[in-house]
Design a protein. Structure first.
Length: 244
């Protein structure tokens, strides 16, 4: 049987770039992937999906997401037995959300994955996409990190799954502001209250982290939206994700 994947031929910082998954239902899905040399299929590995902002979409150029963001590289420091997938999609809406789900399902089927260790992050437009994914199939994930974005997905579906979510944004994010993130937190928090969860339990499922201007300026960033890329370097934030 012919493989549904057209593998790339070049590498960038240990990622095999410009692979294409030919999905029967969602069309061609471009992605870059890091598979540790130690992976041979005999033991289950963790899986991490990282979705980029607008600058990393496929029409911006092959591997532009890897050139622009550090999430996929920093993640390697937290788990040496983890496959990392960096999709390059075409938009930040329903089409890309469905393609993300299709690609994730492919990896879950074709690789020996520890399904208790399936992580994701979405930055900016990628956060919009991943929020839609989390409103469709949150049960596929162990935890999700939402960076410098807004929430477009169905929070009721997410609340039913109780998948842990960390919401990080600059207080005065130049693109989104922090209000949409605050609103998503408040809505999800109320849904958990309605489920009868204690505040202690909610705190384990839901984290709101709004960074003030000082957080960015101390790290050499003059703007807060672009500064969301700094979250990849923040051990507290990334440690939370991979500690779930």
């Amino acid at each position: 049987m012919e493989s549904p994947v057209q593998a790339g031929t070049e590498k960038y910082r240990k990622f095999l770039i410009d692979n294409v998954f030919h999905s029967e239902t969602e069309g061609d899905i471009h992605y870059n992937v890091y598979i540790p040399k130690s992976y041979d299929g005999s033991k289950p590995y963790a899986l991490y999906f990282t979705l980029p902002g607008y600058e990393g979409l496929y029409f911006q150029g092959v591997a532009s997401n890897l050139y622009a963001e550090e999430f996929g590289f920093e993640a390697q420091k937290y788990n040496k037995k983890m496959i990392i997938v960096a999709p390059q999609l075409s938009d930040w809406g329903e089409t890309s959300a469905d393609q993300t789900i299709a690609l994730l399902e492919y990896f879950l089927e074709q690789y020996n994955i520890d399904k208790t260790k399936v992580y994701a992050n979405g930055y900016s437009g990628g956060g919009e996409t991943m929020s839609i994914v989390m409103g469709k199939r949150p049960e596929l994930f162990t935890a999700y990190l939402h960076c410098s974005s807004q929430w477009d997905g169905d929070l009721k579906v997410l609340a039913e799954s109780r998948t842990p979510v960390y919401l990080a944004v600059g207080q005065d994010d130049e693109y989104y502001g922090s209000e949409p993130t605050q609103e998503a937190y408040d809505t999800l928090h109320e849904l958990y209250v309605q489920q009868g969860l204690s505040e202690k339990k909610i705190e384990k499922l839901l984290v709101l982290d709004i960074k003030d201007d000082r957080y960015f300026t101390e790290r050499g960033m003059s703007n807060q939206h672009g500064g969301g890329g700094l979250f990849a370097l923040d051990e507290k934030i990334m440690g939370w994700l991979f500690g779930q």
